[in-house]
Design a protein around this ligand. Structure first.
Ligand code: FES
Length: 358
């Protein structure tokens, strides 16, 4: 429980070296609503993911940290946007054709507008920079969703939320709902300084006595897993959203309570587990790429062609799906694909060489 959360971590707490969110995300709701739905009117039930593309207009753009903008989005016709649940996200289609996922971080279930927040990542895949530069007030944006892979459970009565930097976005609506339900919840929000912790005031304002703030510059260093999990017992449900190092450290520390509920969302690709090297032949460009044991096929493809499509990098959005023309794929994704398809962000070759239509 004393392991530093930064051990072996390629990016800092704020995800500045992580690729753009990409990322992942949870809870049930039915949105009743005839307009904005306040927390007190929120009722849990599953919402069907919305698969069609739709448009929204940016009605507000503000900085919520020096490197984080929040965009408020409304339906172009002034009507209601699709229902969503805390932890849900939308897939934004950028002018370049890139797709990126952003958690909805406005009041839970609100349908008159959505809010998303984007950290500018200088050395990411370019999506966050495009989001910052391309969209101002009155611009129209295309998105798909909402979808949710990071649901807030309805039966958990003792909950700890662990937040790292921009990981606040899916957690903030969860906290609001937990408070409304009367859940015994606590949260720890960690970041390098309060200034660089987006939406901190909103988190604290839900219930100041339930929120611990870990600002590295005040505490004299980064939080350990023990710091983050202080007070969490075997029956405590832990929800974590932040950079990979934080997630991995918390997961490792929670192994001592193997049956305890733990939920998390990544903003960066998971590490490759039990990978073996293989060759990836790109049929269209007649290139053969060597995929090492510790890298994904997508990462290697991006070295070759930075415009290779991807979004979540975790095998659940389907954006990186390609056709397999020869060879046996080792499927590791969470969405179903055809026998002759694979998700290059997580799936690999069973052995030897894979030939894909790319
Ligand atoms: S990028 Fe989402 S499934 Fe591969």
């Amino acid at each position: 429980m004393t392991e530093s959360i930064w051990v072996s971590r390629p990016a800092d707490l704020y995800g500045r070296r992580d690729r753009d969110r990409l990322g992942t995300v949870l809870c049930g709701i039915r949105a009743l609503f005839d307009g904005f739905t306040s927390v007190s009117r929120w009722e849990p039930s599953r919402v069907k993911p919305v698969r069609r593309m739709q448009s929204a207009v940016v009605t507000k753009r503000e900085f919520v940290a020096p490197d984080v903008i929040a965009l408020t989005l409304a339906a172009v016709d002034g009507g209601l946007l699709p229902s969503w649940t805390p932890g849900g996200h939308i897939d934004v289609v950028l002018p370049s054709g890139r797709r990126r996922q952003y958690s909805l971080c406005g009041p839970p279930g609100r349908r008159t507008d959505y809010r998303i927040a984007i950290r500018r990542i200088a050395d990411g895949g370019g999506g966050s920079i495009e989001m910052h530069d391309a969209f101002g007030v009155d611009d129209t944006l295309t998105f798909e969703g909402p979808r949710n892979a990071f649901y807030l459970g309805t039966a958990e009565r003792d909950v700890l939320f662990v937040i790292g930097g921009i990981g606040v976005t899916p957690i903030l609506p969860m906290i609001a709902v937990a408070q409304q339900r009367g859940t015994n919840w606590r949260a720890i929000y960690a970041g390098r300084s309060r200034e660089y912790m987006p939406l901190l005031d909103e988190v604290v304002s839900v219930a100041p006595d339930r929120v611990r703030v870990w600002a590295d510059d005040e505490r004299g260093g980064v939080a350990t897993a023990g710091d983050l999990l202080a007070g969490a017992g075997p029956a405590t449900a832990v929800y974590v959203c932040g950079p990979s190092g934080m997630l991995d450290a918390v997961r490792l520390a929670r192994k001592e309570h193997a049956s305890a509920p733990m939920h998390y969302e990544r903003f960066s690709p998971p590490p490759v587990v039990n990978g073996v090297p293989f060759e990836l032949e790109l049929a269209r460009s007649c290139r053969v790429l060597n995929v090492p044991a510790d890298r994904s096929a997508l990462a290697v493809m991006l070295d070759h062609d930075p415009t290779t499509p991807y979004s979540c990098q975790q095998g659940f959005c389907g954006t990186c799906k390609v056709k397999v023309l020869a060879g046996q794929a080792d499927h590791r994704g969470r969405v179903a694909v055809g026998d002759d398809e694979m998700l290059v962000c997580v799936s690999r070759a069973q052995a030897g060489r894979l030939v894909i239509e790319a």
